[in-house]
Design a protein around this ligand. Structure first.
Ligand code: MSP
Length: 652
């Protein structure tokens, strides 16, 4: 009998920036599902990758002075590194710029076109490049895209259209007849609700830019990036070949809530049009915030999961995200919670259980697993604490891994309680052997159950017990386990979390590399300031006080964490700090290299952006030839910044 297959995918991310912790969360959920199903004994295929075409990529590449291909080649490495660092067990990584993908994409486009389901017309309407999506007036919030809060551009161009509308009834019926097709239930209702409105045909090609897959036979058109990207789910398993025959339909597409529509409506109608079976489930997760705030470049609070992995480890990140984010809902990530969970649940609960057991086995049995003697009620009780696999599996099928983890950790706590109750350090002979044997056996079962959650630690645990890592069918108590246990050594590291005291400000040395008069405001300059890692555009009100020449090539203090704001149509990305004394207003000049960090007393520089009103509340002024902020001295490279300005000069 061939094994039952399980095909799981994540969304393929745009490699137009480094991955953030939200995407890491998606990979982790999918990896949990892949590993759980492989523990069930299924033949699992797990696909992830990157979505590399489209106007957004073309625009960002241009900004960085690179060709789109150079640009994606560079960024894709971060996504691959992330998979490796998080121990993601993907079987393949698909890039939509690969030949195998472009070929499938062109073929399917042609197939649907030949069936008369793609026709040529003119698209006239709104488009948000951030979402790479078409909008109607009704979808917008105060005229802006609800995701990016930007006014979408008005497009009018020749375009191919996909007759999505003809599949509306069929799709509604399918969703209604398949309660497991969309998870969670709230998202399923939302989609069914939206499907009450008539479906429009979808514009599936663009002519106004080049970075995409050309339409066969009409190469001035490139295929719409979503039509292209969604097909990765079949090109990545070699459509229409053997592997595709084996694994399709996908058992689960794991995607964020923002793109549930693309996966449950657009993708499924594309499949209908191409005569391909529909996916079994789309599981749509919520969004992560960081310390309670939405992650954004503007707020400066984007968490790089690669850095977090280096600072802690993959298993602690995986554990905290799977345990503390309620599946399907939005959730929060904080380092403080990660450290607490790591120390309490991993190091103290599981780590100590192994440590206590292996110490006693080494002391009394030279590391050899002792032979199990007569089992009494205490052992029977602990055996009944082993979670029922059927119950756990049921939770996984309902996408409730947080509850599964709770049950597994209740069991781990029961094992620790058993140690406290039996007090093996006071026992000897057969009873001591039996208690220690019992503990080894439960640790072996635990190593299996925790593998999908914390794979690296699970594998280490099994290895320390001298046991192969089993499948779920092996997660039951038996009396015949033999082997040598490794010398006691902590399985987990503990971490410390120190709340760092941060200043409200982040100030850097910046060199003014260009100064121009603002075309629309006679008191303003537009400056370009080099802070080494980037060049910031600053709109500054210094025009009444200095000439362009006074400013050019000067190194000044730049407040870099002021929330960017549009001033007379130009976004200002910070503020040049100036002295104010009587009628004198001039920039604070310093002798430093661009990008050098200014510190304030012992405080760490701020990583989040602040509002101007918050800045105004601070007392920033000159005292005894020093720059002082709320009583603390401004320093560069550990030395106070010297000034000749008189006491009481304000800085703002
Ligand atoms: N390229 C498309 C997907 C195409 S799939 C055929 C895309 N890329 S993305 O890079 O914007 O997002 C990748 C995934 O990350 C999506 O599932 C998205 O929902 C998810 N997330 C983006 N921000 C997130 C959080 N803050 N939290 C959790 N997931 C988030 O969309």
């Amino acid at each position: 009998m061939p094994k039952e297959t399980y095909y799981i995918t994540t969304a393929i991310a745009y490699p137009n920036a480094k991955p953030h912790i939200g995407y890491a969360y998606e990979l982790i959920m999918a990896d949990f599902l892949a590993r759980w199903n492989s523990l069930l004994g299924k033949d699992v295929f797990f696909l992830t990758g990157t979505d590399e075409h489209g106007q957004k990529i073309e625009n960002t590449a241009k900004k960085e002075g690179k060709t789109p291909k150079q640009f994606v080649d560079e960024y894709v490495t971060y996504f691959q590194e992330l998979c490796k660092n998080l121990n993601i067990a993907n079987n393949n990584f698909i890039r939509t710029t690969e030949k195998r993908h472009t070929k499938t994409c062109q073929e399917i486009f042609k197939k649907v076109q030949d069936k008369g389901l793609i026709y040529k017309g003119t698209y006239e309407g709104l488009y948000c490049t951030g979402c790479e999506a078409f909008y109607t007036e009704k979808d917008l919030k105060e005229g802006k895209c609800p995701n990016h809060l930007k006014v979408p551009e008005l497009l009018k161009e020749e375009s191919y259209f996909f007759k999505m509308s003809v599949f509306q009834e069929q799709l509604i019926k399918h969703i209604e007849n398949h309660p497991n097709f969309i998870f969670p239930e709230s998202r399923r209702k939302e989609i069914l609700n939206r499907l009450q409105e008539p479906l429009k045909d979808l514009s599936v090609s663009r002519t106004s830019f080049k970075w995409g897959i050309p339409v066969l036979g009409d190469t001035k058109h490139v295929i719409y990036v979503w039509f292209d990207a969604l097909l990765n789910y079949i090109s990545g398993i070699g459509y229409p070949g053997k592997k595709f025959q084996k694994y399709w339909p996908a058992n689960c597409h794991v995607v964020g809530k923002d793109i549930a529509w693309f996966h449950t409506v657009i993708w499924q109608t594309m499949l209908m049009a191409a005569d391909i079976e529909l996916s079994k489930t789309v599981y749509s997760h919520g969004f992560l915030t960081v310390d309670g705030q939405k992650m954004s470049k503007t707020l400066g609070n984007v968490i790089d999961p690669i850095e977090i992995c280096d600072k802690y480890n993959a298993d602690s990140i995986r554990y905290v995200l799977l345990r503390d984010v309620v599946p399907g809902e939005d959730g929060d990530f904080s380092e403080k919670n990660l450290v607490n969970r790591n120390n309490a649940d991993l190091a103290d609960a599981l780590g100590n259980l192994l440590q206590r057991t292996s110490t006693l086995i080494h002391k009394n049995f030279n590391g050899s697993i002792p032979v199990c003697g007569k089992l009494i009620s205490k052992e029977k009780e602990l055996e009944s604490a082993i979670p029922e696999i059927a119950e756990l599996n049921n939770l996984v099928e309902q996408y409730q891994w947080n509850k599964l983890i709770e049950l597994v950790w209740q069991y781990i706590h029961q094992c620790n309680k058993y140690v406290n109750d039996t007090q093996p350090w006071t026992l000897e002979g057969e009873r001591l052997a039996t208690v220690l044997y019992t503990l080894i056996e439960h640790l072996r079962i635990i190593s299996i159950l925790v593998w999908p959650i914390i794979p690296e630690s699970a594998e280490k645990l099994a290895e320390k017990l001298g046991q192969p890592l089993g499948k779920l069918k092996d997660a039951k108590f038996k009396k015949s386990t033999r082997g040598i246990v490794a010398a006691p050594e902590p399985l987990f590291k503990k971490f410390e979390y120190a709340e760092e005291e941060k200043s409200l400000l982040n100030i850097k040395a910046g060199k003014i590399i260009s100064a121009q008069k603002h075309p629309e405001a006679d008191k303003l300059y537009i400056l370009l300031v080099d802070i080494e890692t980037e060049k910031r555009t600053i709109v500054s009100g210094l025009r009444d006080y200095c000439t362009e020449q006074d400013l050019l090539d000067k190194t000044i203090l730049l407040l870099v964490n002021l929330t960017p704001a549009k001033i007379r149509g130009i976004e200002s990305q910070g503020m040049v700090l100036t002295y104010e004394h009587g009628s004198v207003i001039k920039p604070v000049e310093i002798n430093a290299k661009p990008g050098e960090q200014i510190t304030i007393g012992e405080l760490k520089p701020q990583t989040k952006n602040i509002l101007f009103s918050e800045f105004e509340k601070l007392k920033l002024q000159v005292q005894n030839n020093n720059l002082i902020c709320d009583g603390k001295i401004l320093q560069i490279n550990g030395k106070p910044i010297h000034t000749d300005m008189p006491n009481g000069t304000k800085i703002r």
